[in-house]
Design a protein around this ligand. Structure first.
Ligand code: NAD
Length: 377
């Protein structure tokens, strides 16, 4: 049994990779003439630069897996602050348990040893109130502060059904007021008007927060906030309809991957619905017909994943397969089968240094959604 104390175990913080501090372009250039996943990574990097150069394209970033806790936060913040991303779709863990958590002043810590040869047994970690993600430690007491802060966020929201995007906006507003110097995806996105959608928000620290909020509201006889993932889907589909073209940069798979892909189909259905009601109006006054314009598939798509395509599950399903569902065009899609902490720093550094993003218009979809709120979505 190790005699390391709690203090020892929570003493070496994970530092975040700065993609501006090194130039990955020569690496990617060499990878272009190699094979297997490095060549795939180089092609993915080329597609990313093409997507950023396309001024018509709304860029949607999707996040799953433990990315922020693993040291990718600064890279994600750089993408957002540089205007390389217009929409984020994420798991709750990345945005709440990890990003918002760090913005509150907490850190993730490097565990000693390796997961294969743990220095400290997990039973001992439990006694010390330390949580583990693979080779990373988290102070459970600090996570509880995050849960309770989330309760306060829900307390501040209007007592009605909210999209996760509205909750994430409120979290950004809270950080802007209380932790203005934090390096945070949630804070940067709030300031840049970039909406963040977390379709399964309850499956995170926010879930504990909303449970506490709803129970205390009920005890005090007040109405409470509920989460409306249908509203998320509608808002995201409206963004798709408002965009001339769209592209996906996906880290990991899971709910964010499918949610972002499905908006093509949802947008199509909305379009058909709008056209049908227009037709009904038109035939009433007999002045012609209204046909829905076609909704384009995602023009660009890149995914970094460790999932296997052979199990038929979503996380490893190829982007080519998504074409059969009418979601992604085949011309500019690339799967890269690699662990995201390895591949993303290179991909993002390459894209940042090639600077195709310079001069991209700021779409500020969060402001646009706020303006539409109240009007029919
Ligand atoms: N991951 C966590 O640490 C954690 C913690 C608390 C809650 N949750 C919740 O659990 C649910 C699942 O989230 P999740 O983040 O674990 O995603 P997930 O396990 O659903 O990940 C989806 C898929 O993405 C791929 N993937 C994940 N990490 C990857 C990586 N580093 N590189 C390449 N591919 C990768 C894998 O194929 C995985 O099957 C979410 O609702 C989340 O909020 C997760």
């Amino acid at each position: 049994m190790s005699d390391l104390t709690r203090r020892d175990l929570l003493s070496r913080p994970v530092e975040h990779v700065d993609i501006r501090a090194f130039d990955a372009r020569p690496v990617i250039d060499q990878y272009r003439r190699t094979a297997i996943q490095t060549r795939n990574l180089a092609r993915a990097a080329d597609i990313c630069s093409e997507m950023l150069a396309d001024r018509d394209c709304t860029v949607i970033l999707t996040l799953a897996g433990s990315l922020v806790s693993a040291g990718l936060k600064k890279a994600l913040v750089t993408l957002i602050d540089s205007g390389m991303v217009d929409v984020v779709v994420s798991t709750g863990a990345n945005m709440v348990d990890q990003d918002f958590f760090e913005a509150l002043g907490f850190r993730h810590y490097m565990a000693p040893g390796s997961p294969e040869h743990p220095v400290v047994p997990d039973e001992r970690l439990r006694e010390l109130a330390i949580d583990r993600i693979y080779d990373t430690y988290i102070d459970e007491n600090e996570l509880r502060v995050c849960d309770r802060t989330m309760k306060r966020i829900f307390d501040q929201l209007p007592a009605r059904a909210c999209s996760s995007r509205e909750v994430l906006t409120e979290m950004g507003r809270f950080l802007d007021r209380t932790h203005p110097d934090a390096e945070s995806v949630v804070l940067s996105a709030y300031r840049q008007g970039i909406p963040i959608f977390v379709p399964a928000l309850s499956d995170s620290s926010a879930g504990f927060g909303i449970v506490l909020h709803q129970v205390s509201a009920s005890r005090e006889g007040r109405e409470s906030v509920s989460l409306d993932s249908g509203k998320d889907f509608l808002e995201l589909a409206r963004i798709k309809l408002a965009s001339r073209a769209s592209g996906l940069l996906m880290l990991g798979g899971g709910v964010p991957k499918n949610f972002a892909q499905d908006i093509v189909v949802a947008a199509e259905m909305l379009q058909e619905d709008d056209a049908a009601s227009a037709r009904a109006r038109v035939s009433e006054d007999g002045t012609g017909t209204a046909t829905p314009a076609e909704v384009s598939m995602h023009r660009y798509a890149v995914q970094l994943t460790v999932a296997d395509s052979r199990d038929g599950a979503l996380s490893g399903s190829t982007l080519r397969e998504a074409t059969s569902w009418g979601k992604v065009e085949t011309a500019r899609e690339q799967m890269v089968f690699c662990e995201a902490t390895l591949g993303f720093s290179l991909l993002a550094s390459d894209a940042w240094h090639r600077r195709a993003w310079e001069g991209r218009p700021a779409r500020r979809f969060a402001d646009w959604l706020e303006e539409r709120a109240g009007a029919t979505m």
